[in-house]
Design a protein around this ligand. Structure first.
Ligand code: AMP
Ligand code: MG
Length: 619
């Protein structure tokens, strides 16, 4: 058990430039959450070897279980944290920095430049973390699962060591054998208040964005047609010019502009797709249609409307002479080679999200497949003893059909993400642990619903914590619907798994599925998590809830210079999914205050665009 932790932020800039921008507060927040019972110390010192040594010795003398340093592990002359640490530790634990480096190297080669050290002085475990905020979060995630056990071992707490070993023996890697450490037999002992702090929405979004940075994308090559909405992994260059030959822009006659106006002999006819057989000479022209190649010798096209037929064959099958009524300009109505896209030019930039227009350009340039960034594998799971498959023909007494799973799969699909169906898990610790283990073995990001509130069978959070050693980044958010929304990560075979455990009420699942799961996927696949926001006017007065509310609404567009009017979709209670049908925006309504309890009709409120914007009045 970790009873006391010291965080030492090592940073010259805090002293020289008075900078407050360090990784210390993030580490402090993580440790506070992970070990809420522990005594936590946090200090900031400059990059001075003697001072760092002095503080490490001080905390070890004070019997602090765990000292985490952040900063000063790099290559600059002032980076001396590893030297100070080596000078004080009595036994090194080299595999800890090795594990951190191995994991960080998957994300950035810069990890090679960290010289972090870990070791033990007396009964204190000391670990160096790098100084960047992102690296601290990542490195902590790598070591988090062994910290408690390491400290138990250092302190020779035999009983506890045996317990952990027993647990590990029973926790086979195989998901089918997984058992749970959660005991639900003593219902009277369950907490009556949620132990999770209530976060404000912006805080929750920041956490999701920061944690999703841990997603490490790969590259896959997909057939062109499947690339819509995907992020291109490398610059794509045109391999051929477009057009590949000088092409006519009009239906008319290819001529020599130098000949001016007047009568021409019609020498040939070229339609699109044919190659002109003979070059033109002065006084000649060739009949061409749009997209046809211009014969050699010609330098312009005169549209058919600016010509007059002078002479035709007797059977009218051949034009022999035409008069050019308006003297043409050189290059008139000719698209030269490469006018649209020159050969070798950049047609799609690395990082672009491929649109239908770009698919057209790539198809035109002969690309059959495209390297794109991989998406996380997403899974959708429902939890609840009352749930039946939606396809079951008979509904058993006291049961309901599982609508969330199908709805969430469709919602993800709407945003371009396919998902794996991870079924229904019952509200039994062992069954839930097995279902989660099986799901997490298959996917990178799991969206599940149900079981996150305060009910005696709401087991998601305890099972994640006790059976998966998960970090719960948040377990309660001040929002309506969706207060018990939970976001967690855990490690499975060295990979970070992301879990959004959403409340089971269908509207909560829908709204939180958008605001958390879809947003997180957008953040790590398109680098633009947030939805676009616009101002809209409330059609009717609305009584505010104490919590900020996300109300489903449709829009009506009155006139070009007026804001759209938002119509809420009926009773907004969280079990009534009809209130989300046809919603194109979520209105961000503030929580009620002493002064403002209601918003009048016509009030301008922000609206998040979550769906296709259709004009309500034309529906
Ligand atoms: P819970 O979040 O598990 O407390 O569930 C809250 C409410 O949502 C209960 O009325 C559940 O029956 C309902 N519910 C939970 N999961 C689903 C689901 N997958 N489909 C439809 N309703 C559900
Ligand atoms: Mg439930």
């Amino acid at each position: 058990m970790v009873r006391s932790v010291a965080i030492i932020t090592i940073s010259d800039s805090c002293f020289k430039d008075n900078s407050k921008d360090t990784s210390g507060p993030i580490l402090l927040e993580i440790i506070n959450k992970k070990f809420p019972e522990a005594n936590i110390h946090s200090i900031i010192v400059p990059d001075e070897k003697e001072i760092i040594e002095r503080e490490l010795k001080y905390f070890s003398r004070s019997n602090i279980d765990l000292v985490l340093t952040t900063g000063g592990t790099g290559l600059s002359p002032r980076d001396v944290t590893p030297e100070a640490t080596k000078a004080v530790i009595q036994r090194e634990v080299p595999a800890i920095p090795v594990a951190m480096t191995m994991s960080s190297l998957q994300k950035t080669p810069m990890a090679m430049l960290s010289r972090a050290v870990a070791g033990i002085r007396d009964k204190t475990l000391i670990i160096n973390f790098p100084g960047s905020k992102k690296a601290v979060v990542e490195c902590y995630d790598v070591v988090s699962s062994v910290l408690s056990h390491a400290i138990t071992l250092i302190n020779n707490e035999l009983e506890e060591v045996r317990n952990v070993h027993d647990k590990m023996q029973s926790n086979h890697v195989c998901p089918h054998n997984k058992v749970s450490n959660v005991d639900i037999s003593k219902v009277a002992l369950r907490p009556r208040e949620s132990p999770f702090p209530m976060l404000e929405m912006p805080e929750a979004f920041n956490i999701v964005d920061a944690v999703m940075l841990q997603w490490v994308e790969g590259i896959e090559i997909l057939p062109l047609y499947e690339c819509i909405g995907r992020v291109v992994a490398q610059d794509l260059i045109s391999k051929e010019p477009m057009p590949p030959f000088p092409a006519s822009v009009k239906d008319g006659y290819a001529c020599l502009s130098y000949d001016g106006a007047g009568v021409r002999t019609v020498r040939a006819a070229v339609t699109a797709g044919e190659t002109p057989a003979t070059p033109l000479a002065t006084g000649e022209c060739a009949r061409v249609n749009t997209g046809a190649p211009i014969p050699l010798g010609a330098d312009c096209v005169v549209q058919v409307e600016d010509t007059k037929l002078i002479k035709a064959s007797e059977d009218h099958q051949t034009e022999l002479e035409v008069e050019i009524l308006v003297a043409p300009q050189p290059h008139q109505d000719v698209r030269p080679i490469g006018q649209d896209i020159p050969s070798g030019s950049l047609i799609v930039k690395k990082g672009d999200v491929i649109s239908a227009a770009q698919i057209g350009i790539l198809a035109g340039a002969g690309y059959k497949e495209v390297p794109v960034l991989t998406y996380p594998k997403v899974g959708v799971m429902s939890t609840g003893n009352e749930l039946q498959e939606p396809t079951d023909s008979n509904l058993r007494p006291s049961h309901i059909r599982d609508s969330n799973r199908t709805m969430l799969k469709a919602l993800l699909n709407e945003h371009g993400y396919s998902s794996v169906d991870c079924g229904i898990a019952r509200d039994e610790p062992g069954e839930l642990a097995r279902a989660l283990a099986a799901a997490l073995a298959r996917v990178d990001l799991l969206v599940c619903t149900g079981g996150v509130s305060m009910g005696e069978r709401d087991l998601l959070k305890p099972v994640l914590i006790n059976d998966f050693n998960a970090t719960i980044h948040f377990g309660r958010v001040r929002m309506k619907p969706g207060k018990p929304s939970t976001f967690a990560t855990c490690q499975v075979r060295g990979k970070t798994k992301f879990i959004f455990a959403l409340p089971g009420n269908p509207v909560s699942a829908y709204v939180c599925g958008q605001l958390f799961a879809v947003r997180a996927l957008r953040a790590c696949t398109r680098r633009t998590g947030g939805f676009a926001r616009m101002g809209v006017r409330l059609e009717r007065a609305h009584r505010l809830d104490p919590r900020p509310e996300y109300a489903r609404a449709q829009l009506q567009f009155p006139a070009l210079d007026e804001l759209p009017v938002a119509t809420m979709l009926g009773n907004q209670c969280s079990s009534r999914l009809l209130s989300a049908c046809g919603a194109s925006v979520l209105l961000e309504l503030p929580g009620a205050t002493e002064d403002v309890k209601e918003l009048a009709a016509g009030t301008i409120v922000p609206a998040l665009i979550i769906g296709r914007i259709d004009n309500l009045s034309t529906l």
